[in-house]
Ligand binder design. Sequence first.
Ligand SMILES: [Fe+2]
Length: 202
Amino acid sequence: MVHSWRSEFDFDKIVSDLEEETFINANINPDNPGRVWQTKHTLHKDERFKEITEFFNVCLEEYRTFYEFECERFDISICWGNYSPAFKQGKHGVHTHPMSYISGIYYLTEGSPTMFEDPVYQRREGLIKLYSVDPNKTPEAWGMIPEPGKLLIFPSWLKHGTLPHTADYARWSISFNAIPVGPCNSQSSESKLACWNVYHAD
Ligand SMILES: [Fe+2]
């Protein structure tokens, strides 16, 4: 369900480019614990992130061909940076990515794990629950440990979040959403979709 790839880039350079961005929630006190900062959502249109966006597109095409999906390709609709300062316990609450088919997380640093939630409700709410002393090893959710260069692509409906980032260094990642574009299900007799496209405001 969660596919992964690896690619090396100049992570220090990418982080310094992201540090120049205006953060969407910059009006909120940066000293507040628990906060994760986000950049603008158009990194995929920014020349500075061209190479990394090309890598994402290659992986999206591999994902499409793996499942032999009937669409022209997957297009990134939004792409943004995530920043959890050192020591501040920044965490993403459990969430999905609406208005998206598949999503990706690309890690630029190490940091607190991303936790994916078991989508089968009955398995999570069994009458007998056993807990692990390691929060990364519960059967109801599984953790992906960030490593610089690791990309995860997963269905956008899959619930996920992050554990509080408490380390003495900042945690950085880039996320994106993507949808199928072009004629969809053109060879299928059922559930034909019209030709989809990403809306570009500019
Ligand atoms: Fe997310």
